[in-house]
Design a protein around this ligand. Sequence first.
Ligand code: DGL
Length: 251
Amino acid sequence: MPDRFSPIGVFDSGVGGISVLGELRRTLPREDFLYFGDNLHAPYGTKPEQEVLGYVRGVMDYLIAQDVKAVVIACNTATSVAAATLRAELDLPIIGMEPALKPAAEQRRGGQILVLATPMTLRLPKFQALYQRYGEGAHPLPCPGLMDLVEQQAFDQARRYLQEHFLAYDLSQVDAVVLGCTHYVFLRPILQEILPPHVLILDGNAGTARQLARVLEQRDLLSDRGGSLRLETSGDPAQIRPLMETLLARA
Ligand code: DGL
């Protein structure tokens, strides 16, 4: 049985969740973390929903076998597909991601909000409900293939990809860009270059870290010792682990 000194499991389809992990470790420095990238099955966001649910279940089984005390689904796509189902089945605290459309709506000055995410995140009911509530002026912008460019560290191609996708918009009329996929957080420096300076760039990482801290406190699961980190992948560790370490230093 896990106790408050057990690790917190954090997972994504690949290295995108490392951007969340950086924030989690800053917020909760005395926790032990186990990060798992499901690189073998990435990307999730362009595959059928049932297939992704199967992959997520596999990762959850693995993390539970590692005796984690809580799980952060550091992936918007996996959260949209699986979080509600898993919460109904498991007693373990499960914290998910949500595109930062609410804070974007609160800071909107009458202009547009572009929501960048995987096709699956934007299609599923979780985002549709958020959009119903906070979607005034918001434009969902599915970005198939963009997470792969982050996995490959192909930043020049990512810059061109974004520039092409923004061509359809008059950026002077855009108030905010929401990064609704944890991989895209690593594209923030490129976005800052190509977007006009008035455009807010928002992600959900800090909100997720606060939510994890709240839930652990409520359940009396906060640790006051620790701080270790294990990085794991279903892909090739020789290739993926150094990439995770590089990105963690940047996160
Ligand atoms: N980081 C995942 C997300 O936040 C990437 C999605 C994918 O695997 O396609 O949605």
